[in-house]
Design a protein around this ligand. Structure first.
Ligand code: GLV
Length: 326
C-alpha cells in the first residue's frame, strides 16, 4: 500500500509478533513489508511515498533519492540499529526530518558476540571444530591448536569506548585482562572503575594482544585499520570487528592474515556487506559471522520497540526518545 495517507507509518521489514502488537496500538495507519530481511530498493521507494514515518533497517539506504520519493509528508526516520551510517542525517535535517537510532538496548548482546569472537579466535575454536569434523586421526598433543592465553594477562585494546566498548571491557575485566582504550569523552567513571588505561591508537595497537573495534563508521573512521595499523599490531595478535566493515581495509586485512602480519581475526561485519573478500573465505585463521551482533531474541524485540516508539513520539508531536544529532 503506497497511497499518500496522513500520518502513515511504513515499516521496511516484517515485524516480529511483539513489534506487530505495538504497531497495532498506534492511532494511524501502518504498512509493513512482507520480508523479514527488508525490501528491494524499488519496492521501498514506492511504499515510502506519502508516509509520515519510516521504520527501517541498517540495510536501507536513506538518502536524497529516498527522501524525494517519500515526499514532504515524511517527518521521522527511525533506524532499527544503533549505527546510522546508512542514513544521510544532513539531508534529513535539511528537510526537517528527525532521525532516531536504538542505542543502549543492544550493548550487552553485541559485547557478548564480540567476546565470543575474541575467545573463538584466540583459542582457535572454529578451526579446531573443523579439524575434528574432518575425520583426520588425532590424539592429545602439546602443540595441537595452541593459541593465545586470554586470562593470563593478555591485553585487550578497545577502539571506541562507548556503551558497547564498556560492555566489552566489563567482560574482559571478568577474564582478568589488562584493558586499554582509545580516548573517549563519555566513558568517565566506569572506565576508571574498570581500570582502563587510555592510549593513542598507534600505542594501543602495539600494546594489545586483541584489538576490538566499537567505534561508529564516519568519514574519520573509514579504513581506520589498514596495512600500517595491522603491521603495528604484529604477529600473533587478534582483530575483532563487530562495529562496521569499512572501518577495516578488508584487502589489507586478508593480506595480513595470509602472511602472518597478524595472527587471527573475528569479523561480524564486512566492507561490502553481504559480500566477503574472497581471500578471507579461504583463510583458516578468521572467523566470519553474518552481522549478528545484536541478534538476541529479547534484544531484537527491544530494538524494534524502541524504533517504533521513536516514530510514534514524533508523529504525536513529542520529543523522540533517542534522536540522532546531526
Ligand atoms: C547493528 O549493527 C547496529 O548498528 O545496531
Amino acid at each position: 500500500m503506497s497511497a499518500p495517507n496522513q500520518d502513515r507509518l511504513h515499516v521496511s521489514f516484517r515485524p516480529s509478533d511483539r513489534a506487530r502488537q505495538a504497531l497495532e496500538t498506534l492511532p494511524g495507519p501502518v504498512t509493513c513489508a512482507a520480508a523479514p530481511s527488508g525490501q528491494d530498493r524499488s519496492e521501498l521507494l514506492s511504499d515510502v511515498r506519502g508516509a509520515a514515518a519510516l521504520v527501517c533497517l541498517l540495510t536501507d539506504r536513506v538518502d536524497a533519492e529516498l527522501l524525494d520519493a517519500a515526499g514532504p509528508s515524511l517527518r521521522v526516520v527511525a533506524n532499527m540499529a544503533v549505527g546510522y551510517d546508512n542514513v544521510d542525517v544532513a539531508a534529513c535535517a535539511a528537510r526537517g526530518i528527525t532521525v532516531t537510532n536504538t542505542p543502549g538496548v543492544l550493548d550487552e548482546a553485541t559485547a557478548d558476540l564480540a567476546f565470543a569472537l575474541l575467545l573463538a579466535t584466540s583459542r582457535r575454536v572454529v578451526e579446531a571444530d573443523a579439524f575434528v569434523r574432518s575425520g583426520e586421526p588425532w590424539s592429545w598433543r602439546p602443540d595441537l591448536f595452541v593459541g593465545l592465553d586470554v586470562s593470563s594477562g593478555a591485553t585487550l585494546g578497545i577502539v571506541g569506548l562507548g556503551r558497547i566498548g564498556l560492555a566489552m571491557a566489563r567482560r574482559a575485566r571478568a577474564f582478568d585482562m589488562r584493558i586499554v582504550a582509545t580516548p573517549s569523552r563519555s566513558a568517565g567513571d566506569e572506565a576508571a572503575r574498570l581500570g582502563i588505561e587510555t592510549l593513542p591508537l598507534a600505542d594501543l595497537l602495539v600494546t594489545s594482544d586483541v584489538v576490538s573495534l566499537h567505534c561508529p563508521l564516519t568519514p574519520d573512521t573509514r579504513h581506520l585499520v589498514g596495512a600500517e595499523e595491522l603491521r603495528l599490531m604484529g604477529p600473533g595478535s587478534v582483530l575483532v570487528n563487530t562495529a562496521r566493515g569499512p572501518i577495516v581495509d578488508e584487502a589489507a586485512l586478508a593480506a595480513a592474515l595470509a602472511d602472518g602480519t597478524i595472527g587471527a581475526a573475528g569479523l561480524d561485519v564486512f566492507e561490502n556487506e553481504p559480500a566477503v573478500h574472497p581471500e578471507l573465505l579461504a583463510l583458516p585463521n578468521v572467523v566470519l559471522l553474518p552481522h549478528i551482533g545484536s541478534a538476541g531474541r529479547a534484544t531484537r524485540d527491544r530494538m524494534a520497540m524502541l524504533a517504533i516508539d521513536n516514530a510514534r513520539a514524533v508523529l504525536a508531536g513529542e520529543p523522540a526518545p533517542t534522536p540522532v544529532h546531526p
